[in-house]
Each structure stands twice: as C-alpha cells, then as structure tokens.
Design a protein around this ligand. Structure first.
Ligand SMILES: CC/C=C\C/C=C\C/C=C\C/C=C\C/C=C\C/C=C/C(=O)SCCNC(=O)CCNC(=O)[C@H](O)C(C)(C)COP(=O)(O)OP(=O)(O)OC[C@H]1O[C@@H](n2cnc3c(N)ncnc32)[C@H](O)[C@@H]1OP(=O)(O)O
Ligand SMILES: Cc1cc2nc3c(=O)[nH]c(=O)nc-3n(C[C@H](O)[C@H](O)[C@H](O)COP(=O)(O)OP(=O)(O)OC[C@H]3O[C@@H](n4cnc5c(N)ncnc54)[C@H](O)[C@@H]3O)c2cc1C
Length: 672
C-alpha cells in the first residue's frame, strides 16, 4: 500500500517499530474505511485534494494577522470548494456531500476551519431536511453549486440552549404576502453562526413565527442578507464578525441584526408547517420538534468527527513517543523511547481504542438515523425520541471524551506538544468547541435523562422497551449484579450501573415530590444525578456497540488482525471498568481481588499492544498533509521539522527586532 512516501529517511526508531508490527496494516485500514473499495475511493479523493499544491501555505496560518488568516482561508476554501464541486462529488455521488472522506480532505487545506464549513455542514442539510419539494428545487442546486453561500443562524446573544426562548420575530403580513424579520432587543442579535460574519450571502434563521396575532413558536426561514454582486449587506441587515476566540480563528463567526427586514412568504421553510397566503397557520408535522432536525443530524455526524480527531492526535503522539527518548532507567543504559513507559501507553493506547469505538459506533448510529428517517417518510415518528436520546448522549460523551484524550496526547508530547506546529493545540481547540456547540454537554445529557426516566417507569410497568434501553427490562429488579470477569460481564455490569443510577434518580424525584416539592423542583434537585445516569447509559451503549460491532466486522479478518482488534476492544472495556471502580463496587459484587486482577490484566494488555502501537496508528492512514504536524509525520524527523518550523517564525525575519532600538535600549540606558 502506497502511503506517505517519506521525503527524508525514516527515523531509525520509527523504522524499527514498523518492523515489529505483526498484523497487516492495510487490512485494518480497510476495516476503518468500511471496506477495501472505500479505501481505494478515499485515496483517489485525497489525491485530487492534495496533489494540486493549492493547500500549501507559504507562511504558517497561525503567523498571519486575523484579516490575512481569513482571506487566506477564503482563498483556499474557493479552490477546495471548486474541487469538491467539480471532481470529488463525482466520485462520492452528490448525495454523499457530507461524506467523512470529504471532511477529512478539508483538513489538508485548513489546520483550523474553513469559513465555508457551515455552508456544507449545516446550511445545505437544513435545506434538505426542512424544505418542501418546490423549495428544494429552488435553493438546493444553487447551494450545492456554491452560487449561494449560507450559514445557520439560530443562537442569539441571550439564548443558545433554550431555543424556545429565542427573541427574533418573523411576523406575517398577508397584504404583502411577506414576513417581517425583526430583532427587538440587544439579546436578540443572532450570534455565533459560522461563516455568517463576512462569507455568507444567505442564512437560515430560526425565529418566532407570528401570524394572525398569534405566536406559533420557532420556525426556520431562508434569508438573503447580502447583494450577490457587491456582497454589501442589504438595507435592514446589520452583520459582522464576533471577534477572536479560542479556536475557529480562520473562520468568521457572525452577528446579525434585523431591522424590520422583509422576505417573501415562500422563504419560510415549509416542510413541517406552513403559513397560507391569507395568514392561516397549518402544521403538518406529527412531532413538535422536527424543525430541530439539522441539530440531530449534526450530533450524529459528530461521533465520527470525534473518531477522526482522536485518530489524528493519537498518530502524532504515538509516532513522537517512538522517536523521543528520555531518562535513564538504569545507569549507562541508553534512554528508552518514551513509548516504553507504561504510563505513556496508558495515556495513548486508549486513544487508539476510542477512535475505533467511536468509528464503529458512529456507523451504527448513522444506520439508526437512516432507519428513523425512513420511518418518518412513512409518517411514523415513534422512533424519533430514542434517536434524540441516543444522539444527544453520544454527542455529549464522544466530544467530552475526545477532548480529554486529545489533551492527554498533548501531555504525552511534553513541551513540544505545546507548539502549534505539533498541531495538537489546533485539534484541541477545535474539539473544545464541539463540547459546547450543537447542544452543551450537560444540557444534552439531561435530554437523554428525560427519556431514560420515562423508559424506567415503563419497564417498571412491565412494558417491553426498545433496543438501546432493553437492559432496563432485564435489570429492573436486579439489585447488585454478581461480578463476572468476562468481556460480556463487564458490559453487563455497565448496564446494571446505568439501570441502578436511573432507578436512583426516579426514587429521588419520587421522594422529593412525596415530601411536597413540585415535579419541576424535584427534577432540578436531581439533575446532578440525572447527568450521571445519562452518562452511565451512554457508556453502556458505547461498550456494547463497540464490542458487538467489532466482532461482526472482524468475522472474516485474518487471525492477526482479529487478535489486535480484539485486544483494543478489551482494552477499552477494561479501561472504563477501572475508571468506574466506585460504580462497580456500588452496583456489583466485584471485590478488591477482582479489581486487582483487572488492573494486572490491563497492564499486561498495554505491554501486549506495545509492539503494534505504531502499526495501529499507521493504519489510520493519515497523510502528512492532513496531520500538519512537526511531531507526527510518517518519517518521524521530529527535530529537523521543529527547527524548520522555528525558522518560519516572522520574528526570525531579521536578526534584531526594531523594538530593541525603540524600547529596550532606551530602558537599558535609562533614557525611557
Ligand atoms: C466538506 C465538509 C463536509 C461536511 C462537514 C461534515 C461534518 C461536520 C463536522 C464538523 C462540524 C464542523 C464545524 C461545525 C461548527 C459549528 C457548528 C455549530 C452549530 C450550532 O451550534 S447550531 C445551534 C445548536 N443549538 C443547540 O443545539 C441548542 C441546544 N438546545 C436544544 O436542542 C433544545 O432547546 C433542548 C435543550 C433540546 C430543549 O428544547 P425545548 O425546550 O424546545 O424542548 P423541551 O425541553 O421542552 O422538550 C420537549 C420534548 O421534545 C424533545 N426534544 C427536544 N429536542 C428534540 C429533538 N431535536 N428531536 C426530537 N425530540 C426533541 C424533548 O426530549 C422533549 O421530549 P419529552 O417531552 O420529554 O418526550
Ligand atoms: C465555535 C462555536 C460555533 C458555533 N456555531 C454556531 C452556528 O453556526 N450557529 C448557531 O446557531 N450557533 C452556533 N454556536 C452556538 C452554540 O450552539 C451554543 O453556544 C450552544 O448551543 C450552547 O448554548 P449557550 O452558549 O447559550 O450556552 P448556555 O446555555 O448559556 O450554557 C452556559 C452554562 O449553563 C448550563 N445550562 C444551560 N441550560 C441549562 C439547563 N437547562 N440545565 C442545566 N444547565 C444548563 C450549561 O451546561 C453551561 O454550563 C456556536 C458556538 C461555538 C462555541
């Protein structure tokens, strides 16, 4: 398999690591890609994206000013968008414009984020999910062809989480058959939307719909905000960029204020509800939250996005750890590779396992999502609540876990991991945002908890529950599980922990209402426990899904690949069992001896995986152009690259900086 042809000789330590690998790397790559044909397709697309050189920056993007950075990102986005439109979509098929393969190639162009990301990432999916067929025919081809560029403007300065509290109004005027969009207060400014500040000429807006004197709650509208020729904001629109932030520095997150801005009636996205010409409001949706569909879609895609980000960080940290040597173990012996330290393996091998766990879970979640969409097409919305509960907790936990694992990868690279040229700080700050956007961690876990409390009550009443909560049927009456030190035993114990925590929440709420509290207060007082219960449920789903999908997907694999994939999944189960020993002690009969045994097995497993560590990250098959890392390149020439990058710093453009003559010298001479 042709990957990452090194320009230089490979670092000898890294070369030796590759000789140690005892499984077929290409076979694992094919598993990750979803099949051999998918690997071939991905490589073809990566060649198109990367072989034209347009992705290269002469000056590292982090050394540019805010304006230059944005302008450079727009330049690259146009080249990239053109390649997607003209060449890459021909290969994936236009219906797969959200393919993770396309997403992956975007990283070769942007260390940070493209100002066009939200156009493809949210604007287009909203058109697909929220338009009538006539509206789709009007806007979708233009959006896919980049004739119009859009953003998703939902969040306001005063409200992000509580969508029902949004203040922007869309008031229907039947005489003119128009909606009047207005921002009545300072807190009603639209805030945060990616690409809205300077790039987009259209946006989807979430606003409170008023017709015939009545408010019908939040609905979506498509709004042209800039002239297509001059790009000037239209009269009645105030739009701009919200200012520097922790990451997302090459994009333009925007603010937007409407001053009685008029749009045609047809610009309300009317798939699920409409306003007739005379102002009559008609709701066709069978479920009240279908206008939130884009968020559910993005939450589903974020699980695979987290797998990708962890795999990048793990590749960087593990290759670096094979090259880096530090500290004598015994006098006069060579310093070991830091990858030989079990503590380093503990930080890093879980990252490889988690990337696999999230990848397999994301495929399973995607299939669940497609099945729910198919149900909804037939008018059946019964499966939506379970999807909402699942996508909410998996989004929350995958983004949160990804963030802490990526931080561990940075710690694992010591001081050099703090360098922007390692790319770890970019990956970290990108992923940090995911814990908040598309629904904050706590808020989404509380959504899952609502579903779990209801499910628990149904189980109590003897009803048969749906697949992801069916363990509540089995464990409803179980108190403490008899500990069983097998893989299936660990998974079962996580289900028992989840059932126990949910049961405890139900009890707390009941006790509180019985003592006179109203339900809302009892719920509120129980939210710390509810978040814990939803997290526990999510862990049970992740462990169970990873284990069963891993077994399915490796059925036809070679013995060596089966073995290493199995080892990773076992590592994942053991890691989480050891992380949650308090819960295990509370909800199962596990003893100190059992836990000591588990710890011993875990440490042995780290040692067993050690020779395959570099092979396992090579199997992610991340080209150097996508990794952007002085520490993680395929050739492992870490020190040469660090020096090369240092020379690119603008401060090294001249031997003496002018500030010496202006400030430092006068200070030294006492003349300041
Ligand atoms: C080339 C590249 C190609 C493609 C790119 C591919 C991938 C992209 C990858 C990465 C992305 C990169 C960059 C993106 C960067 C940034 C994007 C960020 C965008 C945003 O953040 S957009 C704004 C998102 N905002 C939120 O998520 C807000 C969170 N809040 C909510 O969701 C709701 O308000 C909340 C908290 C759920 C409550 O809603 P509400 O108050 O209305 O409901 P109730 O609490 O009263 O509940 C009533 C009832 O409804 C159920 N419910 C709630 N939501 C849903 C839902 N979505 N679906 C179904 N059901 C829902 C709820 O559970 C209750 O049920 P019950 O009564 O208990 O039965
Ligand atoms: C980088 C980035 C990009 C974004 N892009 C977009 C975009 O393109 N379009 C868009 O519309 N929006 C976008 N957003 C906004 C984003 O969706 C919101 O910031 C997010 O949903 C969180 O809402 P909030 O900011 O109102 O947080 P808040 O809800 O104010 O949260 C603050 C704290 O309060 C807690 N909290 C809030 N409600 C509850 C509750 N009910 N129970 C318990 N605790 C609670 C939260 O847990 C959190 O700790 C983006 C945000 C970021 C950071």
């Amino acid at each position: 398999m042709k990957i990452n042809k090194p320009k230089h000789d490979v670092n000898p330590d890294l070369a030796k690591e590759r000789l140690k690998c005892n499984f077929n790397i290409e076979e694992v790559t094919n598993i990750i890609d979803g099949g051999k044909d998918k690997t071939v397709q991905r490589k073809k697309i990566e060649d198109i994206a990367l072989n034209n050189g347009a992705s290269l920056d002469e000056v590292p993007e982090e050394c540019l000013s805010i304006k230059e950075r944005y302008e450079n990102a727009v330049r690259k986005s146009c080249v990239y968008g053109n390649l997607v439109r003209n060449e890459m979509l021909e290969i994936t098929g236009i219906e797969n414009f959200e393919s993770p393969v396309l997403r992956r190639t975007a990283d070769a162009f942007f260390k940070d984020i493209s100002p066009f990301m939200l156009h493809l990432g949210m604007f287009v999916p909203t058109l697909i999910g929220q338009c009538t067929p006539e509206q789709t025919a009007e806007w979708l081809p233009k959006a896919l062809d980049m004739q119009i560029i859009g953003a998703y403007a939902q969040t306001e300065l005063g409200h992000g989480t509580f969508i029902r509290g949004l203040e922007t109004t869309a008031t229907y005027n039947p005489e003119k058959e128009e909606f009047v969009l207005h921002s009545p207060t300072i807190t009603s400014y639209k805030w945060w939307a990616g690409g809205l500040g300077k790039t987009a000429n259209h946006c989807v807006v979430m606003a409170q719909l008023y017709t015939q004197g009545k408010c019908h709650g939040t609905h979506l509208f498509i709004v042209k905000i800039r002239d297509l020729d001059t790009h000037m904001p239209l009269p009645g629109i105030t739009v701009g960029e919200i200012g520097p932030r922790m990451g997302f520095s090459s994009a333009d997150n925007g603010f937007l204020r409407f001053d009685h801005f008029r749009i045609p009636r047809e610009n309300m996205l009317m798939k699920h509800a409409k306003v007739e010409k005379d102002g009559v409001y008609v709701k066709s949706a069978k479920h009240g939250k279908l206008t939130y569909g884009t968020m559910v879609f993005i939450r589903v895609t974020l699980v695979s996005e987290m797998s990708f980000n962890i795999s990048k960080a793990a590749t960087i940290a593990i290759r670096y750890s094979a090259v880096r040597r530090q500290t004598e173990l015994r006098p006069n012996e060579p310093e070991p590779q830091i990858l030989d330290y079990p503590t380093q393996q503990h930080k890093l091998f879980i990252c490889i396992a988690t990337a696999h766990a999230f990848q397999l879970t994301s495929c399973w979640l995607w299939n669940t999502f497609q099945a729910v969409l198919a149900d909804m097409k037939k008018g059946n919305v019964d499966t939506l609540p379970e999807l909402h509960a699942l996508s909410s907790c998996l989004k929350a936990v995958s983004t949160s876990d990804a963030l802490s694992h990526i931080e561990q990868c940075r710690f694992a690279c010591g001081g050099h991991g703090y360098m922007l040229s390692s790319n770890l700080p970019f990956i970290y700050s990108f992923v940090a945002a995911t814990r908040t956007y598309e629904g904050d961690y706590t808020v989404l876990l509380l959504q899952t908890a609502r579903f779990l409390v209801k499910a628990s009550e149904q189980a109590e009443a003897g009803k048969k529950l749906t697949q992801t909560v069916s363990y509540l049927n089995r464990t409803a009456n179980a108190d403490r599980l008899n500990w069983d030190n097998t893989h299936e035993g660990i998974i079962k114990s996580f289900q028992v922990i989840a059932a126990g925590k949910i049961g405890q929440c139900v009890k707390s709420i009941r006790d509180r209402t019985a003592s006179g509290m109203d339900y809302e207060d009892a719920w509120l007082m129980t939210t710390v426990q509810l978040v814990g219960a939803a997290e526990a449920h999510c862990r049970a789903v992740l462990l169970n899904t990873y284990w069963s999908e891993m077994r399915k997907i490796t059925e036809a694999s070679s013995a060596d690949v089966k073995k290493v994939m199995h080892q990773l999944a076992v590592l994942y189960l053991m890691y989480w069992a050891l992380e949650k020993t308090g819960d295990l002690l509370k909800y199962s009969s596990v003893s100190k001896k059992d836990l000591d045994e588990l710890q011993r097995r875990y440490e042995e497993l780290l040692a067993e995986l050690r020779p395959n560590a570099v092979g396992l990250v090579d199997a992610f098959d991340l080209r150097d152009e996508i990794l952007h890392s002085s520490l993680g390149s395929y050739d492992g020439r870490v020190y040469e690259r660090l020096i090369e990058e240092a020379h690119k710093s603008p401060l090294n453009d001249e031997p003496v900086n002018q500030s010496f003559h202006k400030y430092t010298k006068p200070l030294m001479l006492g003349k300041l």
